[in-house]
Write a protein of this length. Sequence first.
Length: 100
Amino acid sequence: MMINHVFLKRLRILGIVEGTSTLILFGIAMPLKYLAGIPAAVTVAGSIHGVLFVALVAMFAVGMKRVPIPPPLTALGIVAAVVPFGPFVVDRRLSDLGAD
């Protein structure tokens, strides 16, 4: 089976960026909103995070054929994107997938 390493690398990068955006949203933007009275922080960070989340889900779906990523790992990647630190855990499995 031929692995598309370029697509896999881009997917892994997007996963790290999306996971980081979750941590920024929860760790910085939400405290700014609720503790400092700056609701715009959540508006901006939440919008960016939302776009990154949708992009990650789309890349996982496309990655099933392009990499190929097994369907169970695809499902895990999508579910893990909802959980803080989830994309970092899935990244390890994706790196194992690309190892030759």
